[in-house]
Design a protein around this ligand. Structure first.
Ligand code: AMP
Length: 508
């Protein structure tokens, strides 16, 4: 069925045609007529199914009549992360080229000024993360009593991130007579309860998981040792030697690991960006843009920041850490093999990951084969005694750009008596024989390892701060990285200034 038969306005049909889409996806074909008929919709669908257009296209059509009033937006879309919110805004830009609508993006990490201006002018569409929306409301800048249509997107992700109390509060602030569209990839009991209370006689639209990604993406497991430096070395080998490599998203389980891995890869000469919830909005968008444009071929990311991102041409996904939650595996590998392209996903599996791996294989309903092309070393064997496997270059054989660089400004001196883990790390990252200086750990990295544990805020406001509860798994806190317990180069004494948290967020 073509788009023109779904009841969309001429302006919208033209914009869709200009985007190059000829056929609606199943969720679009099923949901759009009901949205246009002003029905509530419960959509069970993941990203990658075309669900953003399933609500933006009919919204554009409905918004052609009526106009926005100052500080009283007409429609509201709630998204769990800033990136997803920005992606929905892009969708309105693309499909709304023939409209003159005011769209306001209310997300954390950027100043209130521009956002205030857009609301004051009268917004047809507000796209927001829950925390920032409530901030605007509490500052008295926003009235939600004019909302005609509410979209709650990625509801199960909202649940994971602890946003449900905020969502419930927002729903009480919008009119009872609104139209509601509620999307979730899964329907756990808590989400079912919410949909029952938010929706009135909804039409249920369910599309199969984009299992095609799981089916068309080559998946491989790569055995690695437990030590972080061994995992990092294995990853570098994979990046260097994997066939048909163009670009990759590398997933870590923790934000701190994202930052550490990015620094390590950069030290080894890779062109790499990072995406995690502690970065300010500018840095997050810059990282994404550089990766999307192809300027930077590697993006190290945490699950929350990268979930649902629509980056069409990702040739590889590397799971630096085996995900603790099996659904995260499906979301991660769903970043590659999109839009009919082939993709490949490699998961590093360390001793202790067996349980997580078992849950993943159970969820996807198939065993994941081990990568035979690069026989793994026995775990934790020092580099010198290990035979070099295919594609593994000797330090001398490395290109200049891949060699660890010599100590530079702002980096610490190597510890006189380093602990075993650190010694291995240095051996692993040893420079070429003729290199003038040993590579050493940047001061920031040492500081990061000695940061005191962050306190869980009682009721965090910023959506990104709320990524923490998930990523700071209690299990991980019980089993801290052994490196982090040690003091490098300072004996047993850690000066107080090194224990102070490092401010890497931009002031709001
Ligand atoms: P979403 O599930 O909304 O994240 O969309 C996933 C991808 O599908 C995005 O790149 C969309 O631009 C693309 N897409 C959306 N609708 C269509 C369509 N009807 N035909 C082809 N691609 C589409």
């Amino acid at each position: 069925m073509p788009f023109s038969e779904l009841g969309l306005s001429e302006k919208v049909v033209q914009a869709v045609a200009a985007s190059g889409y000829t056929e609606p996806t199943p969720i679009q074909a099923q949901a759009i007529p009901h949205v246009l008929a002003r029905r509530d919709v419960l959509g069970i669908a993941q990203t990658g199914t075309g669900k953003t257009a399933a609500f933006t296209l009919p919204m554009l059509t409905l918004l052609e009549t009526g106009r926005a009033r100052a500080r009283m937006p007409r429609t509201l879309i709630l998204e769990p992360t800033r990136e997803l919110a920005a992606q929905v805004e892009e969708s309105f830009d693309r499909y709304g080229v023939n409209h003159r609508l005011n769209v306001a993006l209310l997300i954390g990490g950027v100043s209130f000024g521009d956002q205030d201006m857009k609301i004051t002018r009268g917004a047809d569409v507000v796209i927001a993360t829950p925390g920032r929306l409530l901030d605007h409301f509490e500052r008295g800048k926003l009235l939600l009593t004019g909302i005609e249509l509410l979209v709650i997107d990625e509801a199960d992700r909202m649940l994971d991130m602890g946003f449900i109390p905020d969502i419930e509060r927002i729903v009480k602030l919008v009119p009872f007579t609104r139209q509601t569209l509620f999307f979730s990839a899964t329907m756990p009991p808590e989400i079912q309860r919410l949909s029952d209370s938010f929706l009135h006689n909804p039409v249920k639209v369910e599309v199969a998981k984009p299992a095609s990604t799981v089916a068309t993406t080559t998946q491989r497991l790569v055995r690695v040792g437990r030590e972080p430096h061994e995992k990092r070395e294995r990853l570098r080998d994979l990046i260097r030697t994997t066939p048909d490599f163009k670009n990759a998203i590398i997933f870590c389980n923790r934000k701190r690991e994202v930052a550490t891995l990015q620094r390590s890869l950069a030290r080894h000469g890779f062109n790499v960006a990072a995406l995690h919830g502690d970065l300010d909005q500018h840095a997050r968008m810059a990282a994404l843009d550089s990766f999307r444009s192809g300027e930077v071929p590697l993006l190290v990311a945490s699950d929350v920041a990268a979930r649902g991102l629509d980056i069409p041409a990702v040739s590889h996904v590397f799971n630096f850490d085996c995900p603790h939650h099996a659904e995260d595996y499906v979301h991660r590998i769903g970043r590659t093999g999109r839009a009919g392209r082939s993709g490949a996903a490699f998961t590093l599996v360390a001793p202790g990951d067996e349980k997580s791996l078992g849950a993943i294989e159970k969820l996807i309903g198939q065993p994941i084969p081990w990568d035979e092309s690069q026989p793994a070393p026995p775990p934790s064997e020092p580099d010198e005694r290990r035979g070099r496997s295919r594609g593994e270059r000797s330090p001398r054989g490395r290109s200049r750009s891949e060699r660890p660089r010599a100590r530079g400004r702002g980096e610490t001196r190597a510890p006189a008596e380093a602990p075993p883990g650190a010694a291995k790390e240095r051996r692993d990252e040893r420079p070429a024989r003729n290199s003038p200086a040993r590579p050493e750990r940047p001061a920031a990295e040492v500081r990061a390892e000695h940061r005191p544990p962050e306190r869980r805020p009682e009721r965090p406001r910023d959506p990104d701060r709320r990524e923490r509860p998930r990523e700071r798994d209690p299990q991980q806190r019980r089993e801290p990285n052994r490196d982090s317990e040690r003091v490098l180069g300072l004996g047993d004494h850690v000066p107080a200034f090194l224990l102070r948290p490092v401010a890497d967020k931009a002031p709001k």
